[in-house]
Design a protein around this ligand. Sequence first.
Ligand code: UDP
Length: 259
Amino acid sequence: MARRKQIYEGKAKILFEGPEPGTIIQYFKDDTTAFNNQKHDILEGKGVLNNRISEFVMTGLERIGVATHFIKRVNMREQLVRQVEIIPLEVVVRNYAAGSICKRLGIEDGAALPRSIIEFYYKDDKLGDPIVSEEHITAFNWANPQEIDDMMSQALRINDYLAGLFAGVGIKLVDFKIEFGRQYEGDMMRLIVADEISPDSCRLWDLETGDIMDKDRFRKDLGNVIDGYREVARRLGVLRENGNAGSKGPVLVSDNDEK
Ligand code: UDP
């Protein structure tokens, strides 16, 4: 069998050429990094969980009319996605203060924000992904004003959808990061959601206990990182208790549900 052509290897994923022009195979690795690659570990099973969780979320977004790059999951670690031209920005939506905004603006960890806040970061590891304003984005041609408006309105819709989805399974959506790509179809171009949406890119806290169920468990050396990811998958209904994946929809979390 011919070896697949690798297009790109990132910190947590590998992209291979897809079976048809305009498609890509996205492979989820177990590698976990933080603090701009200074901290690295292999968390066994993380890639499998993120593949499932991202599939579930992207499929849900498609259902409410948000276009994404997701086409289908092909196996435990891979999904078929549309090829896009990635916009070099990380779009972060925050509902509660955590992480960098606490340090930058002196806000208490966990404080409710007056409204959902959208931030843009320029994707450049060498620079440590600096926060940028719309002025920088348009001046340096990373995106035009219309694309910025589009990303902002899509980000808010995604936030509404995700916040509701997670609240329904007893999880507070503190913040998350998404990426957009340009998809060309003949003369037409549209912005679609790319990359992944998973506990690697969201802050997810248990609504009742405040337990952290996302990558902060790794960043802050809290241990049991995979247990947090697995619990998110279980509650979303993409993972049964016995570990067999089978998408039956979200699992409502009752007061006396096992934690
Ligand atoms: N995030 C991400 N990739 C990055 C930086 C941030 O997925 O390269 C996510 C992070 O998991 C969190 C949100 O974006 O859900 C906001 O992150 P923040 O700016 O607070 O940065 P951090 O404190 O994680 O460095």
